[in-house]
Design a protein around this ligand. Structure first.
Ligand SMILES: [Zn+2]
Length: 338
């Protein structure tokens, strides 16, 4: 059944199925946990289960996945279900008509710019929350990346999540619960999502048909999330420009990897972040297995340097330079990457 198509979140799903069966749904839920573990997919499956036209759904707590309502939610066309993320926000911001020439390019540019959920988007969604439902099911309003809400946006949302109309549920999704306003947190019923196991990540990637160069390794460096695995795979592909031995990369390696980074600053920054994350995890593994205290301290110091490299990436330092320096700092250390 639809919930079962999302791996590794049985506990959260059991809780949500119970809400569907009893129809006792809190006015606002907070889905929290790492990025890329199925929070957004679960929110949509929950919306389907609440609105499913198959009478069995009410008994099992799970959607049929094939009725008109389920299909409309999958296609993003259900009038009572809103999924507000950066793409939704970018669509609101593009002034062109969606059928006009150049719309797609403008939309993509706008999506790349998004960093915060802003107050206009929240006003758009809260207005929807007040409209009468078209069907006789539930109104479901989902805000993704809720931790990025600007203070004005969060404040505009407060009273709506406090007392939503009957058969209305808000779902706030976040990977950084601590970055959210306490006033918002206190009004939401929290529901945690776990990091995924390596084998679950490999299974999801295989099913999705994604083109992966290092299926097992990228799961190991994923941090328990599918998006983490995809980034790790990209990083490993970049790192393969160097030859790694027991004492780190070969002499030409650091410059060779740095040269592989994109010429576009935004992309190069993302690539460099992924490379540093993989190296950091490899270092951390080596630190865990250090044979003696001296070696452990050496790894510890290098880990601290990596924290600085990561910070430098958010400032105005060249990503290529940081990647090169980071790789050179592993010189002489036994840090198996591949
Ligand atoms: Zn259905």
């Amino acid at each position: 059944m639809p919930f079962d198509t999302i791996l590794g979140q049985e506990k959260a799903h059991d809780y949500l199925k119970k809400l569907v069966r009893t129809q006792k749904v809190p006015g606002a839920l907070l889905f929290y946990g790492p990025d890329g573990v199925g929070k957004a997919k679960t929110a949509l499956e929950f919306a389907k289960a609440l609105n499913c036209q198959d009478p069995l759904a009410r008994q099992t707590g799970d959607a049929c996945g094939v009725c008109a309502s389920c299909k409309a939610i999958s296609q993003g066309t259900h009038p009572d279900v809103t999924f507000a993320d950066f793409i939704y926000q970018a669509r609101l911001e593009v002034k062109k008509d969606f059928s006009s020439k150049g719309y797609q390019e403008e939309l993509e540019k706008e999506i790349a710019k998004q960093q915060h959920i802003n107050v206009d988007t929240i006003r758009d969604v809260t207005a929807k929350s007040q409209q009468k439902a078209v069907g006789n099911g539930w109104k479901v309003l989902i805000i993704d990346q809720a931790q990025t809400m600007q203070a004005s946006a969060a404040n505009a949302l407060l009273k709506f999540i406090e007392e939503p109309p009957q058969k209305t549920v808000w779902i706030l999704i976040t990977s950084k619960r601590t970055a959210m306003l306490k006033t918002i947190l206190s009004r939401c019923q929290p529901l945690g999502f776990s990091p995924l196991k390596d084998e679950q990540i490999t299974q999801i990637l295989t099913q999705s048909g994604a083109e992966i160069q290092y299926p097992d390794l990228c799961a190991k460096y994923s941090g328990g999330s599918v998006s983490g695995a995809l980034k790790a795979d990209q990083a490993l592909t970049l790192l393969s420009a160097a030859t790694f031995g027991p004492g780190g990369a070969d002499a030409a390696g650091p410059a060779a990897v740095a040269a592989e980074l994109s010429r576009t600053l935004v992309t190069a920054r993302q690539e460099a972040t992924a490379v540093l994350d993989v190296l950091f995890r490899a270092l951390h593994n080596a630190w865990c297995q250090a044979p003696d205290e001296n070696t452990r301290q050496l790894y510890q110091k290098t880990l601290e340097r990596f924290e600085n490299y990561k910070r430098s990436l958010t400032r105005n330092v060249s990503p290529a330079l940081i990647v090169e320096t980071a790789l050179m700092s592993l010189d002489g250390l036994n840090v198996p990457v591949f």
